[in-house]
Write a new protein. Structure first.
Length: 138
């Protein structure tokens, strides 16, 4: 049965038995690490380096429309995946800058990718001693 589905993958798609699809769209790409990659799905996904646009086609990220920032977001030249509630619970480092929408000062992304007041982030069970530090590595 899986072979039938693999053959049904479209242009610029490939079959994966287990792949998180959270950051596989133009919308999520514009929000960097907007949601957690905790769910594993099987199916047809865009080939490496491509993401889904609003029409469902696989495109190069450069072909995505300019992001429209939502409530409590602002456009920035260097989004930080460390600007999430969960970053309070572990050390966070990121390796490259990308332009897009990031939470405004005083806000962090929740597990649904929505910017909420940082004070409303859930508490961690065991926070890391260096959780406040984020580092850009070039």
């Amino acid at each position: 049965v899986k072979d039938c589905f693999q053959q049904a993958c479209g242009i610029d798609e490939e079959w994966w038995d287990c792949k998180p699809e959270c950051h596989n769209t133009c919308e999520n790409y514009a929000r960097a690490e907007a949601c957690e990659d905790t769910v594993c799905n099987e199916g047809c996904f865009c080939r490496e380096g491509l993401i889904r646009d609003v029409d469902g086609s696989c495109v190069d990220p450069e072909e995505c429309a300019e992001p429209v920032c939502l409530d409590h977001e602002e456009e920035t030249d260097c989004m930080s995946p460390c600007n999430r509630c969960t970053a309070n619970c572990h050390s966070c480092k990121f390796f490259m800058c990308r332009s897009g929408c990031d939470c405004r000062d005083g806000y962090k992304r929740d597990d649904k990718g929505v910017c909420i007041q940082a004070a409303l982030c859930p508490k961690c069970d065991v926070p890391s001693s260096d959780s406040a530090n984020s580092t850009i590595v070039n």
